[in-house]
Structures are given as structure tokens and as C-alpha cells.
Design a protein around this ligand. Structure first.
Ligand code: CTP
Length: 394
């Protein structure tokens, strides 16, 4: 079901990505009503925006034609969602202060609809106390955000400030307009293996493909959840629409997870390496004739147990138990030890073909007992789990 998106394009270099955003939104059946700030017209032309949107572009607050056809109040309300992409530091400041001195800011003040912003700016501008203060105000006002991401910037610097990619924004848009039972819920899914470096070219890993975690994230999205997907280096691509945080090591995964403070549910599907090297080398270890290298291990933090024991524990925490023997017994003990609500236990012995395969054979273990699910595709397991989560939160 296509939605009507009022897209406000701010004046930043990332405005060119908004052209792709419009194209992809329309491909997915949504209508896009574009609004350009005057600064935005320095980066993209009204003609290209209007051609891609298949709609008239709105630019001027005092355009009498528009006021007779559709006034700014009506324009701001005849949408399912208002999206600001790119949301510049200036636009964010105007929104936080409640200014209304051009069409974009007036629409944002007049709307009674949910607003989603995709910030984009230089890293120093993003980190500036004023922008962070404005962001906190906007979040308090119920404005949704998507990004910014970390990376190279057009100005040559590196850091947070790059606008989220169009498909990430679409994910946030669809999560915001989706009327599924998990609408408004923020769910973390950890997924994939972790890689623990031995030296700059070698690492310890495991056989997790990330398929089950990815399927769960997709199923949760389909029920309307906002999903943050913290993933190690998986074989399977992250689903469209989640907020992806890509990590390599268990320590990085823990950091990423601990930075999330507003979670309703955590699903810990990652196959986190239990050990890392205590003595990882900065340089490539060479065959230097001094015998074989000795790899010394250190235990990684238990991310699931840490979250379960923290003040920020989500209401519902789902862990996984990858076992090769005494599956139910081990998984039942693991649930208690780690402090999670449910454990999805599976037998990952090579003979089952589960690790890296398309199917899974799981048992859901909760405080009330063990429930054996028939062997089925990882997508079906994901859908069943997502439905259970929705039921538990209702
Ligand atoms: N897990 C985690 N952090 C770790 C290890 C595991 O968050 N350092 C999580 C996994 O994502 C999974 C659950 O804990 O949800 C169980 O993982 P599993 O590998 O089955 O258990 P382990 O803790 O490794 O226990 P054991 O090695 O005794 O089987």
C-alpha cells in the first residue's frame, strides 16, 4: 500500500541522493510530493526533482497559485509522513526553534503528521553542541531520525555526518508509516559472525552466514518495527530498511549495542566469537625461524548477558543457543545464566546442515518450558518469531 510522502529537500551536497530516494520510493509504490528549500536549488534542479516525482515541486511560501490550489497548511497535512532529506544543520535548528520563515520550515511547523529527518552535514557541524542540542530537542518532540552515517565526506573530512543511504531512509519511512503490530517499537537484532584479528591479515571466525538474523530483521520490519541491525561480517546482505551498524569484533558489537538506549526488544542472533587474541599483533606475523607462533586467547565480553544485566535492559530479550549436544538442557541453562526471556535453541552439528544452510530446526525455551518448532526455512522461523514478539508486546 503506497503512502503519500511530503519530501522536503534541504540545501546540502547530499541533495543529489534525494533524487535516487524519490525514484526508489516511487518504484515501491509511494507518491512523493517534493518541496525544495531555496538552498536546495543550488544542488538539484526543480526540473529534475519534478520529473522524477512526477509532481509539481513546491518552493515558495508566497506562491499565490499554490495558495489557491493547495495552501501550505493543507500541503503539510495531506501526507502520511513528512520526510526531510537532507536535513541540514540550519533546517534542524529552525525546526528545534519553531521558526517558520520559508515554505519548508512553515510546513514543518504546521504539520500534524509524523516527521522523519535524515541529517547531513560536515562532521564538526554534526558534533557541535548546538546541533546536538537541537537533535535532543527534536527527538524529545517526537521527530524520527535516520542516520547520519560515518564515512568520508564531500568536504574531505571523515566522521559522522553523511546522509543515510536512500534504501536506509526508505526503511525508516516504511517503518514509520507501516501499521503493523510492531509499529513504534525499536528492536535490536545482532547477526552474523564476529572476526577477531590475529594480525592485520588473519582472523578467527566462525561459520555463521547471518541468514537467520537477517531473516528475523526482515520479518520484524514487515510487522512495522524500527530495526537496528548490528552485524558482523556476514555472507548475506543486510535487509533493506534496517539501520545497519557494521562491526568486525565482539568488542565493537558490544559498543554498538550499548549505545542503543531506547530498545523495546533485543534479539541476539549473532554468533559472537567467545575468544579474541590476547596478543593480536599490529604487524603481520612472519615465519622468522623462531618456531611456531603461540596464540594466546582472552575471553570476549558476553554481549547478551551484559545487556540483560544492564539498566537499559529491553522489556523482551531473545537469545540464541548454538549447541552440538544436549541441546535443550544446555540451552535451558544458558537462558538462566544469561538472564534473557527466551532462548531459541538449535543444533548446529554439521550433520544438521543448519549453520550456513537455508533451514532451521529450533526449540523456543522460555520460563514456562520448551516448545519444539518443526524444521522449516529460516524465513519461516523468523516470521514465527516476529509474530511471537508482537504477541508478547501486545
Ligand atoms: N552471545 C553474546 N556474546 C558473546 C557470546 C554469545 O551476546 N560473547 C550471545 C549469542 O548472540 C547468543 C547467545 O549469547 O544469543 C548464546 O550464544 P552461544 O554461542 O550459543 O553461547 P555461548 O555464550 O558461546 O556459550 P557456550 O560457548 O558455552 O556454548
Amino acid at each position: 500500500m503506497g503512502k503519500r510522502i511530503l519530501l522536503i529537500i534541504g540545501g546540502g551536497i547530499a541533495a543529489f541522493k534525494s533524487l535516487d530516494l524519490i525514484r526508489r520510493l516511487r518504484e515501491r509504490g509511494h507518491d512523493v510530493v517534493p518541496v525544495l528549500t531555496s538552498a536546495a536549488t543550488e544542488f538539484v534542479t526543480p526540473l529534475s526533482v519534478s520529473a522524477l516525482a512526477g509532481q509539481k515541486v513546491y518552493q515558495d511560501l508566497f506562491d499565490l497559485n499554490d495558495e489557491s490550489e493547495m495552501g501550505h497548511i493543507e500541503l503539510s497535512r495531506a501526507a502520511d509522513l513528512v520526510v526531510v532529506a537532507p536535513a541540514t544543520a540550519d533546517l534542524m535548528a529552525k525546526m528545534a526553534a519553531g521558526l517558520a520563515n520559508d515554505l519548508a520550515s512553515t510546513l514543518l511547523l504546521a504539520t500534524d503528521k509524523c516527521v522523519l529527518i535524515a541529517p547531513s552535514m560536515n562532521v564538526r557541524m554534526w558534533e557541535h553542541a548546538a546541533t546536538q542540542r537541537n537533535l535532543a530537542t527534536l527527538e524529545k518532540d517526537g521527530i524520527l531520525t535516520c542516520g547520519p552515517n560515518e564515512g568520508d565526506m564531500a568536504c574531505g573530512e571523515f566522521g559522522f555526518g553523511r546522509m543515510a543511504e536512500p534504501m536506509e531512509i526508505i526503511g525508516a519511512i516504511e517503518a514509520a508509516v507501516n501499521d503493523g503490530p510492531l509499529k513504534g517499537k525499536h528492536i535490536l537484532v545482532t547477526s552474523g559472525p564476529t572476526h577477531e584479528p590475529i594480525d592485520p591479515v588473519r582472523y578467527i571466525a566462525n561459520r555463521s552466514s547471518g541468514a537467520q538474523g537477517t531473516a528475523i530483521a526482515r520479518a520484524l520490519l514487515a510487522l512495522g518495527a524500527r530495526v537496528t541491525f548490528v552485524t558482523g561480517p556476514a555472507d548475506v546482505a543486510a535487509p533493506v530498511g534496517v539501520e545497519v551498524v557494521a562491526v568486525q569484533t565482539a568488542a565493537q558489537m558490544l559498543n554498538a549495542v550499548q549505545s542503543l538506549t531506547d530498545l523495546d526488544v533485543g534479539v541476539f542472533a549473532a554468533a559472537v566469537a567467545d575468544w579474541r587474541m590476547a596478543n593480536a599483533s599490529d604487524q603481520k606475523i612472519k615465519k622468522d625461524g623462531n618456531g611456531l607462533p603461540v596464540l594466546e586467547f582472552a575471553e570476549n565480553p558476553d554481549i547478551l548477558a551484559t545487556v540483560c544485566g544492564s539498566d537499559n535492559r529491553p522489556k523482551l530479550v531473545v537469545g540464541f543457543a548454538a549447541e552440538t549436544q544436549n541441546v535443550i538442557e544446555n540451552a535451558t541453562a544458558k537462558r538462566k545464566r544469561k538472564g534473557c526471556d527466551w532462548i531459541i535453541a538449535n543444533d548446529v552439528s554439521p550433520a544438521t546442515g543448519i549453520m550456513g544452510g537455508a533451514e532451521n530446526d529450533v526449540t523456543l525455551i522460555s520460563a514456562t518450558g520448551a516448545e519444539d518448532w518443526p524444521r522449516m526455512g529460516k524465513d519461516q522461523v523468523a516470521q514465527k518469531l516476529a509474530a511471537r514478539i508482537a504477541e508478547a508486546l501486545s
